[in-house]
Write a protein that binds this ligand. Structure first.
Ligand code: SF4
Ligand code: SF4
Length: 186
């Protein structure tokens, strides 16, 4: 796929910032495409995983942070394990997602995914783990149109003890909250 990039919007600081936040050396990528060839959701993405790396390399901040790809990535880590240069692409996607949220650039077409992402992380921050009912409650409040989605499976999950109505906090959840605090950009 050909990509059109407005070079007026590029900045070399972007690659440095992403490298600093992720600890990943994006310069190492030589565009072999092995990551993209193994990605199970590449067919839905607007930029292929290797193209996202290229966008970061050339400092195309807006294109990378507004892409749908960073939200469609399923964090399966296939790309990271296939990369001959050990570029941890899945982890890089995580950093780009956080930057997109901080800069209010998350792609509007992926509002359901961004709302789910935030609800998931809020549950971990609060309870130290996922509390399904509380997480889904927050998600469905943010995205009311999804309120009836998946309702049919709820009785089966409750019957099998897979859904608990009370949150179960882990021991040491304060340590998890401290990790979140430390990860916040200064
Ligand atoms: S597999 Fe690694 S080196 Fe190859 S394109 Fe992907 S990130 Fe770059
Ligand atoms: S981690 Fe994301 S980008 Fe990498 S292979 Fe899986 S879905 Fe694709």
């Amino acid at each position: 796929m050909k990509i059109k990039i407005n070079l007026d919007n590029t900045s070399s600081d972007f690659a440095k910032e992403v490298e600093k936040r992720s600890g990943i050396k994006v310069k190492e990528c030589y565009q072999c495409g092995k990551c993209t060839a193994g990605c199970p959701v590449a067919y839905e993405m607007d930029y292929m995983p290797n193209q996202i790396i290229r966008l970061v390399q050339i400092g195309a901040r807006r294109e990378a942070l507004t892409s749908r790809t960073i939200w469609l990535c399923a964090s399966c880590i296939t790309c990271s394990t296939r990369c001959p240069k050990e570029v941890k692409i899945a982890e890089l996607m995580d950093v780009l997602r956080e930057m997109a949220l901080e800069e209010n650039l998350a792609n509007p077409l992926e509002k359901n995914i961004t709302a789910f992402h935030e609800s998931f992380l809020n549950s971990v921050k609060k309870h130290g783990r996922i509390s399904e009912v509380w997480m889904l409650n927050e998600y469905k409040m943010k995205r009311p149109k999804t309120a009836l989605q998946d309702l049919a499976v709820a009785p089966h999950m409750i019957a099998k003890g897979k859904l608990s109505f009370l949150p179960h906090d882990i021991k040491g959840k304060d340590a998890i909250a401290r990790i979140f605090k430390k990860c916040k950009p200064k």
